[in-house]
Design a protein around this ligand. Structure first.
Ligand SMILES: Cc1cc2nc3c(=O)[nH]c(=O)nc-3n(C[C@H](O)[C@H](O)[C@H](O)COP(=O)(O)OP(=O)(O)OC[C@H]3O[C@@H](n4cnc5c(N)ncnc54)[C@H](O)[C@@H]3O)c2cc1C
Length: 489
């Protein structure tokens, strides 16, 4: 079954990378089709309901995967318009200039571009997302001041957040932006900040619940990707195909294509597909002291320590009710509620190493093979960082409980189609084009060679804006649409 229309660009996936690429390509005047596996999320408040979101996991994918030992599990993936950004905690930070460079001792690979190349796109993404700083609230202020007094090497800076300045006036939205999707559009995310501006554009269309299962070759060469096939058999064709299905999914589409076309051996980059998967070493910490905590947003500051250069900690935007729900079931519910009211949550992250055996494989049930044992230095830093924070919080009067985030915690997954100059050890070039192929680009988290000590989404938005600005400089259909504009009316 063929689709009748041909496009300048087809984008697969509407998360951070897909939405930003769609935005820039559409404003440049290209005829763009965005294909998204999921549907739009409801706006009736269900996405703010703890029972539905946390307890029953109603909005999570249940697709089965295998771990490296062949055991089944379900990664915490989200298939919906806007991808994971609808659920993200809106902490949008730039990587530092040093985090674009390789560090062989730690197993960190360098970027093919520098911070200065991404800088203008970081600025564009921040503007479109409405990034701002919020005041540090009293409970967190006390905790951070006490930490700094105990050890001055704990340094805290404001955390840039993609949240509306009005959010403070909506108590439920303010308490539930981290891990929940805004019903009132108060969070800057892929849908609210990028896609909603495109709906009036005649050269943009999006199809939801459209699962791309195959890439299709051009009639002249298998090295040129010319279209996609959906699970329901529909096919769409374009000058450029842009992969943005996320770092667990884009590599499997490419691996499947090379296998079907039998061209894997011709392409030096084929051996890197799916490898070097990174997802940060992550730990959640709940810290309890005698006094009740009344902060609303909570997640307003980023804290680092001189001795742990690849790690950072930010407060979780979790309120008393949510923390109380996370207390183990054997604790009586009234006591759990009291603990929740006296607790603060923290989210610790350390950049993991890039190891070729940490990978996604396109097996019948897909495989995610990722082991901490392959990155002893990063793991040692994460453990020591966690211990140091727990120890110093105890000296501030807080008893802390930690929960390492397991393999299902794929929120920050990246690196599986990594960007690099050398086709023998990377998959896409500095412009996001797959080495050795024509018409195929990658704009999601898959390309990140390094993931830094902070959250990845701003860098994915920025990379996608940059790739889309340079992609296909003279597309055939440019003339048939209004001239490129910088802003949407
Ligand atoms: C709970 C949570 C909290 C987070 N907090 C933060 C934070 O505070 N700051 C931060 O920077 N990052 C945060 N992140 C991470 C951030 O959301 C991701 O890094 C980012 O969304 C990844 O962008 P992406 O484009 O790679 O993939 P995604 O955003 O996952 O988008 C991929 C899209 O592709 C679609 N898709 C998949 N397969 C197909 C297919 N075959 N056909 C068509 N479509 C397909 C998916 O449905 C999805 O919409 C958080 C994530 C989660 C889950």
């Amino acid at each position: 079954m063929k689709g009748s229309v041909s496009y300048d660009a087809i984008i697969v996936g509407s998360g951070a990378g897909g939405a930003a690429a769609a935005y820039r390509l559409t404003l440049r005047g290209l005829k763009v089709l965005l294909l998204e596996k999921g549907a739009p999320l409801p706006r009736d408040g269900r996405t703010l309901d703890i029972e539905r979101v946390v307890a029953s996991g109603e909005f999570l994918s249940r697709e089965p995967w295998l771990d490296g030992d062949g055991r089944r599990f379900a990664p915490d993936e989200h298939f919906n318009v806007g991808g994971k950004t609808k659920w993200y905690g809106a902490a949008v930070l730039r990587f530092s200039a040093a985090e674009f460079a390789a560090d062989e001792a730690r197993g960190y690979r360098g970027w093919p571009i520098g911070h200065e190349d991404l800088e203008p796109y970081y600025a564009q993404a921040e503007e479109l997302l409405g990034v701002r700083i919020f005041d540090c609230e009293p409970d967190l202020r006390r905790i951070l001041d006490d930490l700094g007094r105990i050890d001055p090497h704990w340094q805290s800076t404001p955390l840039p957040l993609a949240l509306s300045p009005q959010i403070g006036g909506h108590a439920i939205e303010a308490r539930r932006f981290d891990g929940f999707a805004s019903a009132a559009g108060l969070k800057g995310d892929a849908e609210t900040s990028f896609l909603s501006a495109l709906t009036v554009r005649p050269n943009f269309s999006m199809i939801g619940e459209a699962v791309v299962v195959q890439l299709l070759p051009s009639s002249s060469s298998a090295l040129r990707v010319a279209g996609v096939r959906l699970a329901d058999g529909r096919e769409f064709f374009a000058e450029h195909v842009v992969l943005a299905a996320g770092a667990l999914h884009s590599p499997r589409l490419l691996e499947g294509y090379l296998a079907r076309q039998g061209i894997g051996r011709e392409l030096p980059c084929a051996t890197s597909i799916g490898r070097h998967l990174k997802m940060h070493l992550l730990t959640a910490m709940i810290s309890v002291s005698a006094g009740r905590k009344t902060d609303l947003l909570r997640k307003t500051m980023l804290t680092t320590h001189r001795d742990f250069p690849h790690s950072s900690v930010q407060a979780l935007g979790f309120d008393a009710e949510l923390i109380g729900r996370l207390v183990p079931r054997w604790v009586p519910r009234r006591l759990a509620g009291e603990i929740g009211r006296r607790a603060y949550g923290f989210f610790l992250q350390t950049e993991d190493s890039s190891h070729p055996d940490n990978r996604v494989r396109n097996t019948e049930i897909p495989t995610l093979d990722y082991r901490r044992a392959r990155m002893p230095a990063a793991f040692a830093e994460h453990r020591a960082f966690t211990r140091a924070l727990r120890r110093d919080l105890l000296r501030c009067g807080f008893l802390s409980f930690t929960q390492p985030i397991g393999l299902n915690g794929t929120a920050h997954v990246c690196g599986t189609l990594l960007a690099g100059a050398d086709p023998s050890c990377s998959v896409v070039n500095a412009e996001g084009a797959v080495h050795g192929m024509t018409g195929l680009y990658v704009v999601d988290g898959s390309v990140l060679p390094r993931s830094s000590r902070v959250n990845p989404s701003l860098t994915i938005f920025a990379w996608a804006l940059r790739v889309a600005e340079k992609l296909g400089e003279e597309p055939s259909a440019l003339a048939s649409f209004p001239a490129a504009e910088e802003t949407v009316a």
